[in-house]
Design a protein around this ligand. Structure first.
Ligand code: NG6
Ligand code: CA
Length: 509
């Protein structure tokens, strides 16, 4: 497919931050640190600063009060793997085969020869780290990883100097942390094996041994049992390395804070992906019961705690003035995502999707219209921005911030939106393209949204989410109808043609 040229929609080139001669204070460091806090499945309505939440998220609200809170911000896709791919490469995931929801034993989806944000940051002298959820595969061949040795290529080959990750998701095997390519706390006498094809002899499964479960699946999730919770995928061995679900937030937060501490005297880039609030939702006991909405709400309180810890560490190290924090989510919310965790029963008036239709997996707005908050003390004035923005642009915007020049073909779908990101203007991106679980695409231009025809199911019955698929064109006026209730394609053929042709141009048809 034809690659698009890189345009700056700010219309301005921003110079890298440089020393101002004679200012001893600023001489300490010339480039701002960047911390991405990337939530999992947190919807537009899940954070109290967005006005739809019955769960209080005071730390996130403080971040928002000190920064720019975006109300028209979009991730690249309605599921994790393609959103993360798009964010880290600046290329739409739908341009590349095999970027759908990755199994826990998938080969690495971004190839070492591809351009990535962390490699760019390294080139600009940053120390780079990834902590938390990964979900972009590891190694060169699916299912061929040796989990008992160094798995390569891995995050190091993509430009991360340091990594401490969950290989895939909390609900997928292997249920272990990996640090710099190796399973943490592994006993060599108890090797790990992983399969997404068949079980290992003698290993119990959720399907056959429900009596061993403390949390039962509602759909799927009936394979390996770890900590009394059945998962997707089989595994055996590695007992000493298995994570404790209650401690995941603590474990990854500690590593994120350590990374910040270790690199406090030089520019750093941290990609911190939380497991909260993805399933299985098993927050630490100190958060249990805190939201009144059951485990999903309590996991939101845990997420908020995590954000507070990062903010406290930056403050403690006196890094607030020199650190851009950007918080967002990989896709929209889902209530029942496969476990009987009372999320549906206890939801009450909480509206994870805010004013939008659909949810995770969907072409409707709730699938990809996510929170975004940017804080940089002294550089970003507190405000609310209605500008149309996308995570695809983080790459080029960080490039602009660090003074990096793109190489040929680098981050082809990323545009420099730094001024908008920093709240210096409220300029819309000229269009935003997104994909749902069926890889059907939608495009937003101004107030209008077009969803291309799709043969996919209208509804995902298990999660009770409308997927936005229709075997006909859909057009919505998001300003008048943010809940996408009325398809006005039939009465606006010119708008349909305009948005469709824009989408075709982006596709490179
Ligand atoms: C789905 C899982 C869901 C979740 C999702 C990935 C089933 C039935 N559902 O296939 O629970 O794991 O994949 O979520 O297995 S994501 O946020 O990482 O994209
Ligand atoms: Ca997700």
């Amino acid at each position: 497919m034809k690659k698009l040229s890189i345009l700056s929609y700010t219309g301005l080139t921003i110079l890298p931050f440089t020393l101002s001669a004679g200012n001893a204070k600023e001489k300490k460091q010339t480039k701002p640190n960047i911390v991405i806090i990337y939530a999992d499945d947190i919807g537009y309505g899940d954070l109290s600063c967005y006005g739809y939440s019955k769960v209080q998220t005071p730390n996130v609200d403080k971040l928002a009060a000190e920064g720019v809170r975006f109300t028209n911000s979009h991730c690249g896709a309605a599921t994790s793997t393609p959103s993360r791919y798009a964010l880290l490469t600046g290329e739409y995931a739908w341009r590349k085969e095999g970027t759908g929801i990755a199994a826990g034993d998938a080969a690495m989806i971004i190839k070492p020869e591809q351009h990535t944000i962390p490699r760019m940051m390294q080139a600009m002298g940053y120390k780079t780290g990834a902590v938390g959820k990964w979900h972009l595969g590891l190694g060169s061949e699916t299912s061929k990883q040796n989990w008992n040795g160094l798995i390569t290529p891995g995050l190091k080959e993509l430009g991360f100097d340091y990594s401490y990750i969950l290989a895939a998701t909390g609900d997928r095997t292997p249920c272990v942390f990996m640090e710099n390519g190796r399973v943490v706390n592994l006993d060599p006498n108890d090797p790990i094996a992983v399969s997404y094809i068949k079980n290992f002899d003698g290993e119990p499964t959720g399907k056959d041994n429900p009596e061993l479960l403390r949390m039962h699946p509602s759909h799927g999730h009936n394979q390996a049992i770890v900590n009394g919770i059945s998962r997707i995928g089989f595994m055996k061995g590695g007992k000493s390395a298995l994570w404790v679900d209650e401690n995941i937030a603590d474990s990854i937060t500690v590593k994120a804070l350590q990374f910040i501490e270790n690199n406090k005297n030089q520019p750093f880039f941290l990609y911190f992906g939380t497991q909260d609030v993805h399933v299985p939702r098993v927050p630490h006991p100190r958060f249990v019961g805190k939201s009144g909405l059951g485990p999903r709400g309590d996991a939101l309180v845990e997420f908020d705690w995590t954000v507070g810890q990062v903010m406290a560490k930056l403050k403690e190290l006196n890094l607030d003035d020199n650190t851009l924090v950007i918080l967002s989510s990989d896709n929209g919310p889902v209530v029942d995502d496969g476990y009987q965790d009372q999320a549906v029963k206890l939801l009450g008036d909480h509206k994870p999707w805010g004013p939008f239709r659909g949810g995770k997996y969907s072409s409707f707005e709730a699938g990809t219209h996510v929170p975004q908050i940017v804080r940089w003390t002294g550089k970003v004035k507190p405000s609310v921005s209605p500008a149309l923005v996308t995570q695809l642009d983080w790459y080029a915007s960080f490039a602009s911030l660090a003074g990096y020049q793109f190489k040929h073909g680098e981050a082809p779908d990323s545009q420099n939106g730094l001024k908008t990101m920093l709240g210096k203007n409220k300029k819309n991106r000229s269009y935003v393209v997104k994909q749902n679980i069926n890889n059907s695409l939608s495009i937003i231009v101004g107030d209008w949204k077009y969803i291309e025809p799709s043969k996919g199911a209208k509804m995902n019955k298990d999660t009770n989410i409308e997927l936005g698929n229709l075997n006909a064109e859909q057009l919505y006026n998001l300003k008048l109808d943010p809940g996408e209730k009325t398809n006005v394609a039939a009465t606006n053929p010119k708008k349909v043609a305009e948005l469709k042709s824009k989408l075709d141009a982006v596709k490179g048809k």
